[in-house]
Design a protein. Structure first.
Length: 103
């Protein structure tokens, strides 16, 4: 299978996942630093979603590093399906209540 920049098991993939962790942590910190944010359910929901995104990205970064250190291929159909489905679900959850934050 052709190696694509940012795909699982590459150094660029590790960099992308670690940057996702950094941005999710910064967004969570910015959201939590606001006074009284927990009074609004949309902000509490976004805080939960961002925390889940942080954990998921950190897990995949660790899995990428493990695969690089042990020369394991993460381009098997089973691994790629797992990555795609969980990424799709996490993105769908994060966009589910996004319009509610305008209220």
């Amino acid at each position: 299978m052709k190696r694509v920049v940012g795909s699982p098991g590459t150094w660029s993939g590790v960099a992308l996942r670690l940057s996702q962790c950094a941005f999710a942590a910064a967004s969570t910190f910015a959201l939590d630093s606001g006074f009284g944010y927990s009074n609004y359910s949309a902000y509490a929901y976004m805080d939960t979603v961002l925390t889940l995104q942080l954990v998921w990205s950190l897990y995949l970064a660790c899995k990428d590093i493990f695969a690089l250190r042990n020369k394991k291929d993460l381009h098997t159909p089973h691994d790629l399906l797992f990555f795609v489905v969980i990424d799709w679900v996490s993105r769908s959850i994060s966009l589910l209540y996004y319009p509610c934050s305008y209220v």
